[in-house]
Design a protein around this ligand. Structure first.
Ligand code: DOR
Ligand code: ZN
Length: 345
């Protein structure tokens, strides 16, 4: 039985670090295991310009504890007013690695996102020209579309038309949650990848709703039926290079989660590697873990893989704190509901 695994140091291709006290508290949780992460720009106000991204990057590096190393890979928040020249300059300087598309109103702090996709055509065309990837929150926001159908409808009505109209645009479908998402990636050979979170590999919609409502399992896109979770596990563990880890670790204080209108987001930064190792072990696919966490992402983003390694060991169940403390209040760590046997040593 394999009980030790050495992997290239992993990266997180979709991460929320926030700002201020929250940033200070959650950054070490990621930097402990991950070398780099694609940093989501949905701050208030959002990170729209190259100058804002540079200043956010400085705040992240300033919050990094001594002795830890971590490289934030910055993104810009796409708005209908995004300036293509500013974006291209931020990319050319090496600062910005992707642009994030939030349909307006789709999720936390997405009010400045895109309403009219025609208005961002010039920006998307420029991105295709310069090879700057578009990270997509793939959900429509129309009130009449059922929340469980919003990903598949987005693929048909928004994503596929954008990709057809913009040849060469490199797209990451972020945090896919459906078999339809998996199939869309598989059917498209070029310029398309997808991130998968640890929590969507573990929970389905029953986990959120059966036996009492579980606010800490509520995230967006919301977890779907079990058949979709299985399709995600199948994609992640298949070795297909188009699928890679993006945790979407999204801290909110317990006060903001456990309320009448609670925030969306699962906080997984602390235990991600144990979570995904357990999932891959159960699937008999530990040999595919390094591809998913450490190789496929850099390949898509055309960045070198990390030289350093981390080692995981299997043994007695590993425990993590239930919560991490922040100056804003406690943040609950994602509970998979089963024991985790792999620890990073
Ligand atoms: O669950 C989520 N939380 N999904 C998102 O898309 C945003 C994120 C957040 O920022 O809290
Ligand atoms: Zn996110």
């Amino acid at each position: 039985m394999t009980d030790t695994l050495t992997l290239r140091r992993p990266d997180d291709w979709h991460l929320h670090l926030r700002d201020g006290a929250m940033l200070q508290a959650v950054l070490p949780e990621t930097a402990r295991h991950f070398a780099r992460a694609i940093i989501m720009p949905n701050l208030v106000p959002p990170v729209v310009t190259g100058a804002q991204a540079a200043s956010y990057r400085d705040r992240i590096l300033a919050a990094l504890p001594d002795g830890m190393s971590f490289e934030p890979l910055m993104t810009l928040y796409l708005t209908e007013d995004t300036d293509p020249d500013d974006m291209a300059a931020a990319h050319a300087s090496g600062l910005v690695k992707a642009v994030k598309l939030y349909p307006a109103g789709a999720t936390t702090n997405s009010a400045s996102g895109v309403r009219d996709f025609d208005k961002v055509r010039p920006v998307l065309e420029r991105m295709a020209e310069i090879g700057l990837p578009l990270c997509v929150h793939g959900e429509v926001t129309d009130a009449e579309i059922d929340i469980f159908d919003r990903e598949v409808v987005f693929i048909d009505r928004v994503l596929d038309p954008i990709r057809k109209a913009t040849p060469g645009l490199r797209v990451v479908m972020e945090h896919i949650t459906t078999r339809d998402g998996v199939e869309y990636v598989r059917a498209n050979e070029t310029d398309l990848g997808a991130t998968i979170t640890a929590h969507h590999l573990i929970i389905n919609r029953n986990h959120i709703l059966v036996g009492g409502i579980k606010p800490h399992y509520y995230c967006l896109p919301v977890a779907k039926r079990e058949e979709h979770r299985k399709a995600l596990v199948d994609a992640a563990t298949s070795g297909d290079e188009r699928f890679f880890l993006g945790t979407d670790s999204a801290p909110h204080t317990d006060a903001n989660k456990e309320m009448a209108c609670g925030c969306a987001g699962c906080f997984t930064a602390t235990n991600t590697m144990s979570l995904v190792a357990e999932v891959f072990d159960r699937a008999g696919a530990l040999d595919k873990l390094e591809g998913f966490t450490s190789v496929n992402g850099p390949r898509f983003y055309r960045l070198p893989v990390n030289d350093q390694t981390i080692t995981l060991q299997k043994g007695e169940p590993v425990t993590y704190p239930d919560k991490i403390e922040t100056r804003d209040g406690p943040v609950t760590v994602f509970d998979p509901g089963f024991p985790l046997h792999w620890r990073v040593v």
